[in-house]
Design a protein around this ligand. Sequence first.
Ligand code: APR
Ligand code: ZN
Length: 243
Amino acid sequence: MERLVKAIKGSRSLAVLTGAGISTLCGIPDFRGPQGLYKQPDAERIFDIDWFDRDPSIYYRGCRSLVYGLKDFTPGPVHKALKHLEDIGKLAGIATQNIDMLHQKAGSSVVYEVHGSPLLHHCRGCGNEATFSEICTMLEGKDASFVPRCPECGSAYKPDITFFGEALPEEAFRAAQHLAATADVMIVLGTSLTVFPAAGLPVATLHSGGKVFIVNAQPTSLDAQAIAHYPDLLEFAQAASSI
Ligand code: APR
Ligand code: ZN
């Protein structure tokens, strides 16, 4: 990874795009990898807004441990390496597709969650707000298909995670686009680059003359335009942590 380490050291505005692959190192399954969540039948309904409004128990059953067990997960080697790069003043910011809040838990301070986050939930009926911990309390001791509901109108609480069929959080995505377009180096970590517009962020870096490096076990559609594609996220974490 010498070329990547040299690019990090020489960068004046380094950006990173992360995906579910970096959190598999923390025990959280990804979506499209060999053991990915989407290998289960009907799994793509879990984060689909139409299915949520039809039957919110599909999401709550599918995510009970993945989302509401997040308090049991801790940041992994890639999260910690990115915190280190920020500490030595080398990292302008992180755009993440992940909703596990592990970058914040690792101490990173410039994190744009382009697919939202479960930190807040809102009632589908009246917009009533509930925090992640309030929802976790409502779920405690309940069976897998339990749906937390608004005390005012009885509608289901939905996490502020971007579901398929919903628009991305505007402010976060605009900030991520700016980060990508002004980066001279963008490192793509642990994402299949299959879900747009997030997957288009590295292209913004290329369009403004920046370089892209990809670290991902599986090939991606951007490999040919990257300076280099490496398979091993652990190797990246070790290399970045030694800068
Ligand atoms: N080392 C290297 N690569 C890994 C590792 C690992 N330990 N574990 C997983 N990967 C790679 C997989 O090969 C896969 O290509 O990480 C990638 C994860 O890709 P996805 O599962 O598609 O996750 P992601 O790209 O983040 O998904 C994007 O899709 O479902 C939606 O909104 C959801 O944010 C998510 C979006
Ligand atoms: Zn309500």
